[in-house]
Design a binder for this molecule. Structure first.
Ligand code: NAD
Ligand code: UDP
Length: 342
């Protein structure tokens, strides 16, 4: 019995594949490598001493998906494959709806043809939108995200609810990630953004390694303690283990049908200034910065209520903020050019 992991060569996917292998799951990865390198999979194999079946392919390619379901005995699917740059999604919305929404529909169709019902979806805290109050709890209604990217996550969650109404055997889990950062403690796999990083930690790490001059802090006039935005940062290995916990939960609850959402976060909001300070202290690197205007679409502060995942999945984010910084720096300093030839 194998787990199909779409987007498994990417940042969160590669760490999750590692955790799955270490928990004795067999893994088939399908990834079109549009935002990743197969080198991540090779390194996961090296770290774990186990092999991964890698298939280069697109989630929108139903013929390819059918081939995968016919060649392997897939029992469960973890669906990471998506486009994820919030700003870019406003420039090329159709590509985002195509990959994130149509890709999910194609995958769900082929799963249905093959009577595979276990589905874990990469959702996001962005589904709570602008109207919900923090901390976010799973009982809140889906909100209105400020970007097409966020809208795709809301749409897929809605699609899952409808699929579960139509198919009494469907067993779906939406994992709503907060802000994953850090890297595996080996320093061999990590986040490898193409071009100028959009996210805070990759940018900080590239300033530290000398690839960028200084960090721009987007706004210091928010209604928060120090004026910068607050987010719930969690270690990517804790997030990876959250997927194993969700899969174990599905496997232990054979009578469960429907769709459940779980927040995966620490429950703490941390400001941009605090991130910079903690990174400097934990790594002994200096991060020059300037305060710039606010970035369009940013919310002032949000963090998770992570009680549900804690109680139902027996999962908790355990690694400290300092550990997240140390592991980010180990990955970045060992691999200044990411997975490219050094
Ligand atoms: P990533 O870009 O590193 O990983 C996505 C992977 O999917 C990449 O390997 C990419 O090559 C692959 N992919 C993209 N389009 C594909 C397609 N059409 N067919 C097959 N493969 C395709 O991103 P990530 O940070 O690892 O994110 C993984 C998932 O988690 C995404 O669904 C993302 O929206 C979601 N998510 C990420 C964050 C975050 O902060 N990183 C937060 C919330 C949710
Ligand atoms: N941020 C910043 N400078 C950057 C990148 C991000 O000040 O170069 C801020 C951003 O405004 C937000 C926080 O860091 O308040 C986290 O941003 P990120 O893009 O990593 O995550 P998200 O916006 O998805 O929560």
């Amino acid at each position: 019995m194998q787990v199909l992991v779409t987007g498994g060569a990417g940042y969160i996917g590669s760490h999750t594949v590692l955790s799955l292998l270490q928990s004795q799951y067999d893994v088939v990865v399908l990834d079109n490598l549009s935002n990743s390198s197969v080198e991540s999979i090779k390194r996961v194999e090296h770290i774990t001493g186990k092999s991964v079946t890698f298939i280069e392919g697109d989630v929108c390619d139903k013929a390819k998906l059918r081939q995968v379901f016919s060649d392997y005995t897939i029992e469960s699917v973890i669906h990471f494959a998506a486009l994820k740059a919030v700003g870019e999604s406003a420039q090329i919305p159709l590509s985002y709806y195509q990959t994130n929404v149509h890709g999910s529909v194609c995958l769900l169709e082929v799963m249905q043809e093959n009577k595979v019902n276990n589905f874990i979806f990469s959702s996001s805290a962005t589904v709570y939108g602008e109207e919900n109050q923090v901390p976010y709890v799973e009982t809140m209604k889906l909100g209105t995200p400020s970007s097409p990217y966020g809208a795709t996550k809301v749409m897929v969650e809605r699609i899952l609810a409808d699929v579960a109404l139509a198919n009494a055997k469907f067993r779906g889990v939406s994992l709503r990630y907060f802000n994953p950062i850090g890297a595996h403690e080996s320093g061999m796999i990590g986040e490898d953004p193409k071009g100028i990083p959009n996210n805070l930690l990759p940018y900080v790490a590239q300033v530290a390694v000398g690839k960028r001059d200084k960090l721009s802090i987007f706004g210091d006039d928010y209604p928060t303690q120090d004026g910068s935005c607050e987010r719930d940062y969690l270690h990517v290995m804790d997030l990876a283990q959250g997927h194993v916990a969700a899969l174990d939960w599905l496997n232990c609850h054979g009578d469960f049908t429907g769709v459940e959402a779980f927040n995966l976060g620490t429950g703490n909001g941390v400001s941009v200034f605090a991130i910079v300070n903690t990174f400097e202290q934990a790594t002994d690197q200096r991060i020059p910065f300037e305060v710039s205007p606010r970035r369009a679409g940013d919310l002032a502060a949000f963090w998770a209520n992570a009680t549900k995942a804690n109680q139902a999945l027996n999962w908790q984010a355990k690694r400290s903020l300092q550990q997240m910084m140390i592991d980010t720096w180990r990955w970045q300093s060992n691999n200044p050019n990411g997975y490219l030839e050094q």
